[in-house]
Ligand binder design. Structure first.
Ligand code: ZN
Length: 1007
């Protein structure tokens, strides 16, 4: 038989795209359109409805970048359309970019209530379900002129806020043009035929040549095409559909893969748009979703970031009320358990706990829903502490697909148990469709089946469908496809259902799924550990100051009756959590977003400083004595952890640098450091161990500049070839002594760096304070420490613990981790001796090693200090920066943990009365770290303590309370009791497994 496959496929494509699709809205009359251009930022709906509109024609240009225009459309349904479904079809200038990345609109009735939204794949709005003819109507469209920024990933000033744009001389020309404004009849029969052809065409393309079913379907399609009368499309649709009935008759094979299709709209909380636009994006997506739910009772939609619903509640109460209805009806499903979808490399441990606490609490309070999954499809890698945090928040399941973006290794499972640092396992699924923005196309369904790596043991996977990133969500065409693919021979079964149903089923059929131990490292986007330093610093400072504010406020509340600032802390935490979103904290947003993040952090820090100051003053009382407060979880300088004492003697001082023939010496009896005339550290000797830290012939704190021009995503990626070229910054403009430190000034390009290298009495920590005027482009600045060490692995701090990574590159998995995340410390050691690098601002790190001719091993650790990517923010990281890091000699892990805290949580001195402040709690083990002391969120006055085992071993410890304890309990992260504890004389014996996180709630006797 002669093959007509290609011929029929091409015929279908042409008839479908050129004739049938355009004819769906075939009968039209033009609408009257008027416009009002809102000045500046978006305005409330009432203001827009009352504004003066002026008539315009189709073709009207509108929308300077980031502006808002309101369109008023009015029309009258022709009498002869009685009985038809009548829709307004509106194209406000949608270009080829997908939904969420260009112009978007939200349609309102004249009374200000919301109808639905408009985007390129959802450009209609219902006027009459069954027209009676003659009805008149008016709609108002709030149209956002959001620029297209994702087309070519080239530097653009359009990501800045509009005021700045004007000053910068950027084109205020309109971006968009109104292309269509029609009233139209929806030809239902034709629309259904389009969906039939679309699904069958998609299935045929995916079926292999040798498959009988593909050929059979081709035959049905050809007969249906024959039935289409190109001169009377509407009239012939029914006959064409009838020819396709037998195509849809046979059910899916009994062994067919089952796809749980879950409606979704990934809405980046900020990215190529500012936060204020996300608030509107949420309203637009939700408007479409609840409207679609009205028409399709089986439709299920998940929404994953509590913050977004909190915005909706505030900005669009009427729409929010509809969400509540749909949650009650089981169609709208809050998922994810998180406040936003945060970055999980850089976000601190306690902040991740608060993401869960505030996320879950919002869903519980607003909807009575206890979410049980973590939903992070797009975050750039997942730290090894997360399984435990999930479990402690009552989360059972985890979903992402981002690891499919790995550029080196293919992850071996799609369904598996993820085992974290402490041994907690969470049932995890990576949708094999490798996307969170599916359209339910034949290609996607086929990819999910082909790609699924657990076929032998499991038969189901999840498919999130709906336009995302910039929002949009599912449309009616996707639902039509899902309906047709529910049980169709040749296809996987596509079943719309909730993630909970999917996870229950997946777990039940695959309880012994394979186990992946440790972090889920994303082999991509490594530059996000470094880009936009100021945003990262703001987060780091905020996390530490929140810890301190809660500690001192709780201490003052218990000791003095100080009013614990519940509401302020709740609000400040939520601000910090918002800016941990996975395009803000990683530094991958437009300039506008990062400017606002810096301002938000500054305001948070100022308010927290006020809280800390007030609480400490309440504790210190009135007087002239200097009181030293130590918020660190370790005693230092004679001040107990989490307490305060009157200053006993002079504060520890920097040792004076001593000039010598070719440089300077810093020596405090514990450590001797030599710095040469170029300002380079030529020797760092641990005098107690009698050991040189630096490898022979090398220098420490060597600043190195690399070209940094990745192949794809500027702010996101560091590509490994950056290492091929390097410029060592060895020339100094000046090297001298200032304020007890060796001060080194270097200039390179148009930048200037000033470093103060200092050593304090009684410390083995060499401090390097850095100030940089940074004006480079596409460069990466690193600080290198080549250590004379044979370290098999590095230990990097992560939330609530540390991970070991090999220093070698034996496997492709090891080699791919050429840039990794460490929080406050990176430790390197061999038996008996080690060193740590601690920092107050840096996350990107790398370790390489080399064997020298003398047989020794040089292990080089480098901190990634600054980048200068140009997309999406062409000015990223330009300007002035201050940061600190330090080399700690002779450090073991416990030293690294202690120095990391100490470096980030400095002592504070307050003048007051001479009494000491007894800590609220104390722990008698160096391995057990108190991360949090606070009052319970329920306002009961209970003291909540969160602690963890930090060294990676079993730890027995006694938690002593510095106040009377009536009862005590271990709780989950939400401070709900799990099991009682039995204090004896206000002391509680605890045993923690390696890296265990424990929350203890201490009830005080009623006053
Ligand atoms: Zn995202």
């Amino acid at each position: 038989m002669h093959s007509k496959r290609r011929l029929t496929e091409d015929r279908l494509a042409r008839v479908l795209n050129e004739r049938l699709r355009p004819a769906v809205h075939g009968r039209t009359v033009p609408l009257r359109v008027a416009v009002w251009d809102a000045p500046g930022e978006p305005v409330p709906v009432a203001e827009a409805l009352a504004a003066p509109y002026r008539p315009i024609e189709v073709g009207h240009r509108w929308g300077p970048v980031w502006s808002t225009s309101w369109f008023r459309i009015t029309g009258r349904v022709p009498d002869e359309w009685a009985g038809q479904r009548v829709e307004a079809v509106l194209d406000i200038g949608f270009n080829k970019t997908g939904p969420g990345f260009s112009a978007e609109g939200l349609v309102h009735r004249a009374d200000g209530t919301v109808v639905k939204a408009l985007h390129p794949r959802n450009a209609w709005v219902t006027v009459a379900e069954h027209a009676s003819g003659g009805e008149e109507f008016t709609y108002y469209i709030e149209a956002a002129a959001n620029p297209v920024l994702c087309d070519d990933h080239l530097p653009t000033r359009a990501g800045d806020r509009p005021g700045w744009l004007t000053a910068g001389g950027v084109d205020p020309e309109p971006l968009y043009r109104v292309l269509r404004a029609d009233l139209a009849v929806l030809d239902r029969g034709l629309w259904e035929l389009v969906q039939d052809f679309d699904v069958l065409g998609g299935l045929i393309r995916e079926l292999p040549e040798h498959d009988q079913r593909g050929w059979q379907l081709l035959g049905f399609v050809e007969r249906a095409l024959d039935a289409v009368d190109l001169g009377d499309l509407s009239g012939s649709a029914a006959a064409a559909r009838a020819a396709l009935v037998p195509a849809f008759a046979p059910p899916a094979a009994p062994s067919a893969h089952r796809l749980s299709a879950v409606g979704h709209a990934h809405i980046d909380t900020a990215w190529l748009w500012p936060v204020r636009e996300t608030v509107r994006k949420v309203a637009r997506t939700v408007a479409n979703v609840v409207q679609l739910m009205d028409d399709h009772p089986s439709f299920r939609f998940v929404m994953s970031q509590a913050q977004q619903l909190a915005w909706l509640k505030e900005s669009r109460p009427q729409l929010y009320a509809r969400v509540r209805e749909k949650v009650t009806g089981g169609q709208f499903l809050p998922v994810g358990s998180l406040w936003v979808e945060p970055d999980t490399n850089i976000t601190g441990g306690e902040a991740l706990a608060r993401q869960l606490i505030h996320g879950k609490r919002f869903y519980l309070a607003e909807f009575g829903v206890e979410t049980e999954e973590m939903w992070l499809p797009d975050t750039f890698g997942y730290n090894a502490a997360m399984p435990q945090l999930m479990k402690l928040a009552g989360v059972r399941w985890f979903l992402t697909q981002k690891i499919s973006w790995n550029t080196t290794n293919r992850f071996p499972h799609h369904t598996f148990w993820w085992e974290g640092l402490d041994g907690t396992r969470i049932f995890t699924h990576f949708p094999p469709v490798d996307s969170y923005n599916c359209e339910v196309s034949g290609a996607e369904v086929a990819l999910a089946v082909a790609n699924f790596q657990d076929k032998g043991a499991a038969s189901c996977s999840l498919m999130p469908f709906g336009y995302g990133d910039g929002g949009g969500g599912p449309n009616r065409e996707m639902l039509a496809r899902a309906e047709r693919l529910a049980d169709l021979e040749g296809s996987a079964r596509v079943v719309i259902e909730s993630p909970a149903r999917f996870f229950e089923r997946a777990h039940a059929e695959y309880p012994d799924a394979p186990v992946w131990v440790g972090e889920l490292y994303l082999e991509f986007h490594r530059g996000t550990l470094t880009s936009q330093l100021r945003t990262k610093q703001g987060n780091r400072r905020s996390e530490h100051l929140l810890r301190e504010a809660e500690l001192w406020a709780a201490t003052a509340a218990v000791r003095t009756g100080f009013a614990y600032p519940y509401q302020a802390l709740d609000r400040l935490w939520k601000t910090v959590l918002l800016h941990q979103f996975h395009d803000i904290l990683p530094g991958s947003s437009i300039a506008w977003v990062h400017q606002e993040a810096e301002q938000a952090h500054a305001a948070v820090l100022a308010e927290l400083d006020g809280i800390v100051g007030a609480a400490q003053q309440a504790l210190a009382g009135e007087g002239r004595q200097e009181i030293v407060f130590n918020a660190a979880p370790f005693a230092r300088d004679g001040v107990p952890a989490l307490g305060a004492v009157p200053r006993g003697g002079p504060a520890a001082r920097r040792v004076a640098p001593v000039p010598e023939a070719d440089g300077f010496v810093l020596d405090n009896g514990l450590v001797r450091v030599r710095i040469d005339r170029r300002g380079l550290v030529t020797s760092a000797r641990d005098l107690t161990a009698d050991r040189e830290a630096l490898a022979p012939g090398t220098v420490g704190n060597l600043l190195q500049l690399h070209q940094d021009f990745p192949n794809q995503y500027d702010a996101w990626d560091i590509d490994e070839f950056y290492r091929n070229t390097v410029r060592d910054l060895v020339e100094a403009e000046s090297v001298d002594i200032r304020d007890g430190a060796v001060r080194v000034v270097r200039r390179f390009g148009t930048s200037r760096v000033e470093q103060e290298i200092s050593l304090t009495e009684g410390s083995k920590r060499l401090d390097i304070a850095t100030e940089i005027d940074w004006h480079e482009t596409e460069k990466l600045l690193k600080a290198a420490f080549p250590l004379d060490l044979r370290a098999e692995h590095s230990s990097a701090e992560i939330p609530f613990g540390h991970v070991r990574r090999p220093t070698h590159t034996n496997t492709s998995w090891d080699a791919a981790k050429f840039e990794f995340c460490a929080h406050r410390f990176l430790h390197l050691g061999e038996r008996g001796w080690g060193a740590a690098l601690v920092n107050d601002s840096t996350y990107g790190h790398e370790v390489t090693r080399d064997v020298r001719p003398d047989g020794g091993t040089t292990t080089t650790a480098r901190l990634s200090l600054l980048r200068a990517p140009r997309f999406p923010d062409p000015e990223a990281d330009q300007g002035h920066h201050r940061l600190r890091y330090a080399l700690v000699l002779g450090a073991d892990i416990a030293d690294a943990v202690r120095e990391g805290y100490g470096f980030n949580q400095p002592e504070r001195v307050v003048t007051g009365a001479a009494a000491a402040v007894v800590p609220l709690v104390a722990v008698d083990s160096d391995a057990v770290v108190v991360e949090v002391v606070k009052l319970a969120d329920d306002g009961s006055g209970d003291v909540v303590v969160r602690l963890y085992e930090a060294l990676g071993g079993r730890a027995a410890a006694v938690l002593g309370a510095g106040f009377p304890v009536a009862s005590a309990a271990v709780t989950d992260l939400l401070e709900r009791a799990l099991e009682p504890l039995h204090p004896t004389a206000d002391r509680i014996g605890l045993t923690l497994r390696p890296f265990q996180v424990l929350t203890v709630r201490l009830r005080r006797p009623d006053a």
